[in-house]
Write a protein that binds this ligand. Sequence first.
Ligand code: HEC
Ligand code: HEC
Ligand code: HEC
Length: 169
Amino acid sequence: MFKILIIGGCLMFSFSSFAAEVTTLKADGIHDASGAGFSKLQEPKEALSDFPRRTDGTINWVKALDQKLISPRSNKVGDGKMTSVNLDLILKNTGSMPYVLFSHKVHTQILTCSNCHVEIFLPKQGSNFINMNNIMAGEQCGVCHGAVAFGVQNCAECHSVPSKKGALR
Ligand code: HEC
Ligand code: HEC
Ligand code: HEC
């Protein structure tokens, strides 16, 4: 019944509902509980209760989008269009692990380019030294994964492309 609108341009703010699943609106540090309209707001816990989940219990935003439970906006007022690009990259600096498939399509249906480029990643394959230490420290992919999207526990969600090296070990 209720739609959650996710605005790519202010991802951290909009997605804060994720952390707020365990926090109430009153305690989330964002909403003003003394505001006149406060009592009309729906608690995130209720709004997100029947959203599809990943195995780690985090919301599966990709499925939520497929099921039209969310309709991302390109900006605050919602007068722009989301620009999604179809550009799959296979990231191969994975040691003995399977390669990582990074789908621009998936990410740009939910996010705008500037959510990642150029502050988090330079838009040139191989120009960012990505590794698990950084990700687990909340940098690179970890800016979102482990915060507003599924975390590192499920390796196979990211390391999904078999590599010859991996198979030999
Ligand atoms: C600015 C935020 C952000 C960054 C940075 C980010 N992601 Fe994501 N990613 C998301 C969100 C949000 C989803 C949707 C989560 C879900 O559906 O569970 C997602 C989904 C995914 C998925 C699931 C795709 C599918 O088909 O279900 C993979 C795999 C993934 N990201 C890999 C990566 C990798 C690898 C990196 C770093 C190179 C990365 N992401 C960086 C936000 C981000
Ligand atoms: C959110 C996506 C994501 C998840 C989940 C993830 N990885 Fe990674 N991993 C990456 C990316 C991206 C790279 C770097 C690939 C590149 O730059 O070519 C990487 C690199 C690696 C590397 C080689 C570099 C390094 O840091 O040593 C190893 C080993 C690795 N991952 C193991 C794991 C294991 C084990 C898990 C599960 C516990 C895991 N990864 C979960 C995205 C992920
Ligand atoms: C969730 C993060 C994220 C978003 C959003 C994102 N990108 Fe990227 N982009 C990446 C990553 C990660 C790489 C690969 C970096 C690497 O290999 O070191 C990349 C690489 C690129 C490249 C270089 C490809 C190549 O072959 O060298 C281009 C071009 C690019 N992105 C364009 C875009 C455009 C245009 C948008 C918006 C429509 C966008 N990206 C949105 C994460 C993102």
